[in-house]
Write a protein that binds this ligand. Structure first.
Ligand SMILES: Cc1cc2nc3c(=O)[nH]c(=O)nc-3n(C[C@H](O)[C@H](O)[C@H](O)COP(=O)(O)O)c2cc1C
Length: 137
């Protein structure tokens, strides 16, 4: 299981997260996200509220493989890869609603993207750039 450190949790929850997706034909897309909550650091579970997702959602529904990095990648140089699932109701939608309420009460989520992080890579410039740090067994 890929475990997120305390600093990784802080970075994912407080910084802009860039969410990269890809269509089934392999056309890439990246979009910044702010309504992000780590559901379970030990299991590498991250939720993002779907407020305005367009190509991002279309891509996730046809290809669940995603990648993330954060705006503070100088201090937290990590590339997270994972598998996304989409929820339009239930506990995850409630969490997305709470997230929006705290950040932007004028927003209402259409759904919640839940990502299970399966790999973490180092992004720090230098000889270890791109190297694998952690992987789901
Ligand atoms: C700073 C910033 C934060 C954003 N946060 C979110 C977010 O938390 N959830 C969301 O659904 N869209 C968010 N958006 C909107 C998406 O980045 C993007 O506009 C939307 O997904 C449509 O683009 P797409 O077609 O690539 O999906 C945010 C945009 C900006 C500029």
């Amino acid at each position: 299981m890929v475990k997120l450190s305390e600093d990784m949790v802080k970075s994912l929850e407080n910084e802009i997260v860039f969410l990269a997706t890809s269509s089934k034909e392999g056309i890439p897309n990246v979009a910044p996200m702010k309504a992000v909550k780590v559901l379970d650091a030990e299991k590498g579970m991250v939720l993002i509220a779907d407020n305005f997702m367009n190509k991002t959602l279309k891509n996730i529904l046809e290809n669940p493989n995603v990648a993330l990095t954060t705006a503070n990648c100088r201090e937290m140089p990590y590339q997270y890869k994972g598998v996304a699932e989409y929820y339009k109701e239930g506990e995850y939608l409630k969490i997305a609603e709470e997230l929006d309420k705290a950040l932007r009460p004028d927003f209402k989520p259409k759904g919640a993207v839940v990502i299970k992080i399966t790999e973490i890579y180092n992004l720090k410039s230098g000889p270890d750039a791109g190297k694998l740090i952690a992987k789901d067994e």
